[in-house]
Write a protein that binds this ligand. Sequence first.
Ligand code: FES
Length: 155
Amino acid sequence: MLYSDKVMDHFNNPRNVGVLDEPDGVGEVGNPVCGDVMKISIAVQDDRISDIRFQTLGCGAAIATSSIVTEMARGMTLADAVAITKKQVADELGGLPPAKMHCSVLATDGLKKAVDDYLVSHGREPIAVGTIAHDDPDFDPHAEEHEDACDVEEA
Ligand code: FES
């Protein structure tokens, strides 16, 4: 089986789907090559993520990683949430095929953007800026030499 049982579980029964009615922060990120898009909304209390929802239009790995990220981030401090790595996401899911590792970056980047959106909209300094892969013009998940090269054909 290409995907772990946990990946399949989160794909078939994604947790925390939707949009918060009155979010404190929103992050949206898209993979320009495969076209997958994810949006994450957070509620914040005492610098911790008190509630979280996601919407992902994308591949099964993107949906499963988005779902698990919302479970991991709930209750975390903002600083801990932006430090979640794609490896931690993959490990939490029992592993991902190498060609699908990049899909988890969609989820971690969406979360980082939501945290920074909250901070900036409250007159504070962003803490994830500079670490968001999708903001890097050189980030290409489909690059041949990229260790996490995507298996989706370029359009
Ligand atoms: S995020 Fe595009 S193929 Fe998975």
